[in-house]
Design a protein around this ligand. Structure first.
Ligand code: SAH
Ligand code: SF4
Length: 373
């Protein structure tokens, strides 16, 4: 499904494209830099706050561009650690953007490291068996402007909590493209968004602090390896043999491990230590000793870091999180093979931390109203 909004989101424009629009309308191109300064450095949320622009120009911009392509409709908090923002798009679709604060010793939570998890699609077509995002299938891709706008929504929330001493200070430390959707299935819009975020006239956010997660789309992984701007890559492996992976990830039929691993290796060779293998631990499905042993071999071959994620239960799905003993056994095997490995002891479980779940609940609440129309 394609959604064409009445007005283009301003956050989808680059400095050059905006300057061109302005020139075509008889305005001075330097105004583009002023607009970007308001949007990304001072981070205002309305045209009227752009006080050094003449009023007629503000009115023209408001006619041409949407400054609110996402609306923040709900926040679910888990203590101070996780905020899950539910955002509504122009067509009423809902997406999730999550702020994860990692507490550090000796500093208050407001000065903790902050990672933002962004969505790239409404729903997901890949239908992994354990994931809430794919339960209802794919609805549409997010536009470049909708992706960038999610990060600005996070800036609004974080800047209200912890005012920035200077405009150039970032409001968060890392971006992980691990929310709803398969990022590499929306490749062009995602790359355009990440390049905007990386630009010095926008957030000037370092590419090495941006991780793109994929369920394993081989041609796009090869394309990403060739990008000039070097983003980090996380591959959702979740199974160390085709047999196990195929059971839970239908994408493995199209791109089995013998095709996926060489593509990932190509990326690793070009980008050094910028690769993570994500591995959800699901009881009796993929947490067996043989899987840990095979995973260790793959990780060593790829020089990859392994991130183990104990499964988050999803309502309506039969899978279970393994006991702590089983989790530790799996972890121990990787450690004993000298694999660089971490296990996520996440705090967001109680607010439905697994991607897509908050949106699913809200969609379900809306359902009766939609049916009665
Ligand atoms: N489509 C991409 C990125 C979004 S999914 C991908 O699959 O990599 C982001 C991460 O959340 C993936 O690693 C995914 O496997 C994980 N995830 C999905 N459902 C989960 C659940 N129920 N418990 C824990 N992690 C989950
Ligand atoms: Fe889609 Fe990723 Fe969820 Fe799989 S895990 S259904 S690819 S969002």
């Amino acid at each position: 499904m394609k959604y064409t909004p009445e007005k283009k989101p301003i956050y989808g424009e680059t400095l050059d494209s905006l300057a061109q629009h302005l020139t075509a309308a008889g305005e001075k191109p330097f105004r583009a830099r002023q607009v970007m300064e308001w949007l990304y450095k001072r981070r205002v949320g309305s045209w009227d706050e752009m006080t050094n622009l003449p009023k007629p120009l503000r009115a023209w911009l408001a006619e041409q561009f949407d400054i609110q392509p996402t609306r923040h409709v709900l926040t679910k908090e888990a203590g101070d650690v996780t905020d899950k923002l539910l955002l509504q798009l122009g067509d009423g679709s809902l997406i999730e953007t999550v702020i994860i604060r990692v507490p550090q010793e000796g500093v208050g939570i407001e000065h903790s490291r902050k990672t933002v998890c962004v969505s790239t699609q409404v729903g997901c077509a890949y239908g992994c068996k354990f994931c809430a995002s794919g339960l209802d299938g794919w609805k549409r891709d997010l536009s470049t402007g909708e992706i960038v706008s999610q990060l600005l929504q996070v800036c609004f929330v974080e800047d209200a909590r912890t005012p920035r001493a200077r405009p150039e200070i970032p409001s968060f430390d890392n971006i992980v493209v691990m929310g709803m959707g398969e990022p590499l299935a929306n490749y062009d819009n995602l790359m355009a968004a990440l390049k905007i975020l990386n630009s010095d006239w926008a957030l000037h956010f370092g590419a090495r602090r941006i991780t793109v997660s994929t369920s394993g789309l081989v041609p796009q992984i090869k394309r990403l390896a060739d990008e000039k701007v070097q983003f980090r890559l996380a591959v959702s492996l979740h199974g160390a043999t085709n047999e196990v992976r195929q059971q839970i990830m239908p994408v493995n039929k199209k791109w089995p491990l013998e095709e996926l691993i060489p593509a990932v290796k190509l990326f690793a060779e070009k980008h050094g230590k910028m690769l993570t293998l994500e591995y959800i631990l699901i009881e009796d499905i993929n947490d067996m000793i043989e899987q840990a042993e095979r995973l260790a071999e793959i990780a060593i071959d790829l020089h990859a870091h392994v991130n183990l994620i104990p499964y988050n239960t999803v309502e309506g799905l039969p899978w279970k999180r393994p006991s702590l003993t089983r989790q530790n056994k799996f972890l121990g095997i990787l450690k004993s093979r000298n694999v660089s490995v971490t296990i996520r002891r996440e705090k967001g479980h109680d607010i439905n931390a697994a991607c897509g779940q908050l949106r699913l609940q809200e969609e379900e609440k809306r359902q009766p109203a939609a049916d009665s129309q």
